[in-house]
Write a protein that binds this ligand. Structure first.
Ligand SMILES: *Cc1c(COP(=O)(O)O)cnc(C)c1O
Length: 413
């Protein structure tokens, strides 16, 4: 009998060791890992640069309070702002994606106080989109555009509204006096791997400018190289100029760390920086940005920058698309996504699935039985999230397994 709270319906395998793109279970089984802990182990399992950085820092200083200076935070924030975001701003370090989004939501409310509605009352509403996912905290589930995460947790918080994704006209029509911010994933991960169109992102930018709203990007899953460019939005629209961005998942290669960035841009005529609205006492965390977490993230982000992995992401993504297109498989509707955040849309009507089981979950179980970890994204999409340094041979091997399992799942008719 398990003593672990049963919030997850787990696949029947116990993972105990990992090396590169492979993980091993407690019964001697080995798997190719195209789940990567859900886009977390971005350089594979136990990459020597990360293991070494953690070992070294663990013997130096693991934790100290944010009441004191932490030079590694300055180093990591400098790398993120100057080399990756490349728009002046400031970073807050957290421990997870949901927490980072809560930080952005708080920043939106501060902004709504600094820039109130015409009648003088603070603005507070955050607009987000259908099928989005923003985490499991109270702030996160209220921002999330999926009913299933909210079931039984009402009353919901005021100040959130959801609009259809990739629908610029609906957004333009939805702005009210209390609206303060728009929050979106450039590529929706959990919601089925849906890429924001360039037209939509450009329209979001214009609506935000016109109505003085913050443009907030949740890059928790898509960011830091998963989509190619370290900033997923730049793969879609180069000159978006967001006001805030959140990250987590791949940021520490498996070591828990998240962050949000706020732009230094002026929010009023006297030059008040947006980032300055979150001053002393406005936010905090005990663990966030510990020396150990920062050392891990620095090792991961530097390796991504210096290792040529951005090119690998593009090449392996193209390889997946070519292979799947060549199959012309009856169960494959389309391949969606950006870089190595890939969704294979399934024609579930033509799939043999046991009663009461979601098609994508059934497919993931069958892949597991054949030695491949790959998670679902909603009921009709298989997600492929290999490490960013996955090899050409590993992609060939994984896709051969996907194809064989899809062949087995073709409904007889
Ligand atoms: C996973 C995810 C989150 C939540 O991150 P946690 O670290 O699980 O809190 C938020 N937003 C997006 C887009 C995610 O994929």
């Amino acid at each position: 009998m398990s003593h672990v709270l049963a919030t997850y319906a787990r696949f029947p395998v116990n993972l105990v060791r990992g090396e590169g793109t492979r993980v091993f279970d407690d019964a001697g089984g080995s798997y190719l890992d195209f789940c990567s802990g859900i886009a977390v182990t971005s350089l594979g399992h136990c990459p020597p640069v990360l293991v070494e950085a953690i070992r070294r820092q663990a013997g130096e200083l693991i934790h100290c309070s944010n009441l004191y200076g932490i030079p590694l935070q300055e180093e990591l924030a400098g790398l993120i702002v100057d080399e990756l975001v490349r728009i002046p701003g400031k970073v807050f370090f957290a421990n997870s994606g949901a927490e980072s989004n809560d930080g952005l939501i708080k920043a939106a409310r501060r902004f709504g106080h600094a820039r109130p509605a015409a009648v003088g009352s603070p603005r507070y509403e955050v607009l987000s989109f259908s099928r989005s996912f923003h985490g499991r905290t109270l702030g996160g589930i209220n921002a999330t555009g999926q009913d299933k995460v909210k079931e039984g947790f009402d009353p919901l918080l005021p100040g959130f509204r959801h609009l259809p994704f990739n629908d610029a006209a609906a957004l333009a029509a939805a702005i009210r006096p209390e609206t303060a911010a728009v929050l979106l994933e450039p590529v929706q991960g959990e919601g089925g791997v849906n890429v924001a169109t360039a037209e939509f992102l450009a329209a979001v930018r214009e609506v935000c400018r016109e109505h003085d709203l913050l443009l907030l990007l949740d890059e928790v899953q898509a960011g830091f190289g998963r989509c190619g460019d370290p900033m997923a939005w730049r793969e879609i629209v180069a000159d978006l100029e967001p006001d805030g961005i959140s990250w987590a998942k791949g940021m520490g290669g498996g070591f828990p760390i998240g962050a949000f960035w706020l732009s230094d841009r002026a929010v009023d005529d006297s030059g008040t920086a947006l980032s300055s609205l979150m001053g002393p006492g406005s936010h905090g965390t005990t663990y966030g940005g510990s020396p150990l977490a920062c050392a891990a993230s620095l090792a991961v982000l530097r390796e991504f920058r210096d290792g040529g992995w951005e090119d690998n992401v593009r090449a392996r993504a193209a390889q997946v698309r070519e292979l799947v297109a060549d199959w012309e498989h009856p169960l494959v509707r389309e391949v969606r996504g950006l870089g190595l955040l890939i969704g294979i849309g399934l024609d579930t009507a033509r799939m043999a699935v046991p009663e009461g089981r979601l098609p994508s979950i059934h497919l993931s179980s069958e892949l597991l039985a054949k030695g491949l970890l790959a998670p679902p994204a909603g009921p009709e999409t298989l997600r492929l999230l290999p490490p960013l340094n996955v090899s050409e041979a590993e992609v060939d091997e994984a896709l051969a397994i996907v194809r064989a399992v899809l062949d087995d799942l073709k409904a007889e008719n």
